[in-house]
Ligand binder design. Structure first.
Ligand code: SF4
Length: 335
């Protein structure tokens, strides 16, 4: 049986691309790429996610963590950034090239994506689709089943592996034809098209830009990126970083990111308030500054001196008494 390897975002278009190719008797193996900027949390529930997609949509999906090459590409994308820090064209080139490198492993004859010509202003223009093919070396093997009738023929069509006339012919931003096709295929519970790539957000995308502008390549790791994408962020004169949760869920998440040398800082005696995670600290002055910032956000911080806990990776806790930092001092340290 012929196999196609699909780039699967989980959005409606990629679902439809997989299903219309499956309907032509082709086995589809779907790859869902994750990075700290999109869908990284799926890694902790990988099996659950994959079986959910299979049960709901009949699609055999596998997660691929693309963090390391993505972080490298993000430093200098050849085609630049979009409105924020999103390098969409280079992102697509990276994902397609990586999928191409996996074709032999899955014994796949061609690749598919859910792209639709004209759907997005930059990354899905016809000339951009050609650039993606050319620069990922996938000319002739990358099929876009939702709009292939408007594009140059690929080998899958030339060899008669698929029948292009039985495929949809979508164009542009109108989503109605996709929704109608989904209904015909019995897909009713598809995710909303507003996908979540953090790099398109002004605030967190801007924070990533600031990280890259430090020109310190050793800092560009998935762990540091995940740290910076959570909560309120502060950078100390010593070079230490502090992340502060803004609610209970964020506090839990921030604490779960603790690495060997990181310190968790929160109020003593289980008082309600934020958790802080301190990374790259240089010693007592950083602990005190971090504790003073966390103390400033405690619910009832009217006491002049607050007692705070500093907890290391082994769970050992030390008490520190600090005066809460003032708003101006805090603001000056924001990323
Ligand atoms: S929005 Fe993010 S995930 Fe999507 S193409 Fe652009 S950089 Fe890649």
């Amino acid at each position: 049986m012929t196999t196609a390897l699909a780039l699967f975002s989980g959005g409606l278009d990629s679902l439809l691309a997989c299903r219309v190719i499956q309907n032509q008797g082709i086995k589809v193996k779907a790859l869902k790429f994750v990075s700290p900027f999109f869908d990284y949390d799926l890694l902790v529930r990988q099996d659950e996610y994959c079986s959910e997609i299979f049960t709901r949509y009949g699609i055999d999906v596998e997660l691929i963590d693309i963090s390391a090459p993505f972080l490298q590409m993000l430093a200098a994308p050849a085609h630049g950034y979009g409105k924020n820090f999103n390098p969409c064209v280079d992102c697509k080139i990276l994902l397609v090239s990586t999928a191409k490198g996996l074709m032999a492993h899955y014994d796949a004859s061609f690749l598919i994506t859910g792209e639709v010509v004209g759907q997005r202003p930059m990354s899905q223009r016809q000339d951009t689709l050609r650039i993606i093919e050319r620069e990922s070396n996938t000319d002739g093997i990358l099929l876009r089943p939702l709009c292939c009738r408007a594009l140059k023929k690929t080998k899958a069509e030339e060899l008669g592996l698929i029948d292009p006339d039985a495929l949809p012919h979508f164009y542009g931003r109108n989503r109605t034809p996709q929704i109608e096709l989904a209904a015909q295929l019995g897909i009713t519970d598809f995710p909303s098209p507003a996908g979540g790539c953090i790099l398109t957000e002004p605030l967190r995308g801007g924070r990533m830009r600031a990280l890259y502008n430090l020109h310190q390549p050793h800092l560009l790791t998935p762990d540091n990126t995940r740290f910076l994408l959570q909560g309120r962020q502060y950078r100390f004169p010593s070079g230490a970083w502090l992340s502060l949760g803004r609610n209970e869920a964020e506090n839990d998440h921030i604490e779960s990111l603790q690495m060997e040398k990181d310190l968790i800082i929160r109020a003593a005696a289980d008082r309600p308030g934020p958790s802080g995670l301190l990374r790259f600290s240089q010693g007592l002055a950083d602990y005190e500054l971090a504790a003073a910032i966390v103390a400033c956000y405690l619910k009832k911080n009217d006491a002049r001196i607050q007692e705070m806990q500093v907890i290391n990776h082994g769970g050992q806790s030390h008490l520190l008494k600090v005066e809460p930092a003032g708003p101006e001092e805090i603001e000056a340290l924001r990323w």
